[in-house]
Design a protein. Structure first.
Length: 64
């Protein structure tokens, strides 16, 4: 489970970096910036849902 979470975080950072690169190259006017940021939001929501499912099923133990 840790590997999946780390891969999600790396993918989120790569998407954020590519959006920054596209923004610098295209002056923020191209659709590539929006597409990269949309992908980042989708990955973040997916990671959140994955973590929620892990806690709900007991794969990730909750500590109090």
């Amino acid at each position: 489970m840790r590997i999946v979470v780390v891969l999600f975080l790396i993918a989120i950072l790569v998407s954020l970096g590519s959006a920054l690169l596209f923004m610098l190259r295209d002056d923020g006017k191209g659709p590539r910036v929006i597409r990269a940021l949309t992908l980042r939001v989708g990955l973040s929501i997916g990671l959140f849902l994955l973590l929620m499912a892990g806690f709900a099923t007991g794969i990730i133990p909750g500590r109090l």
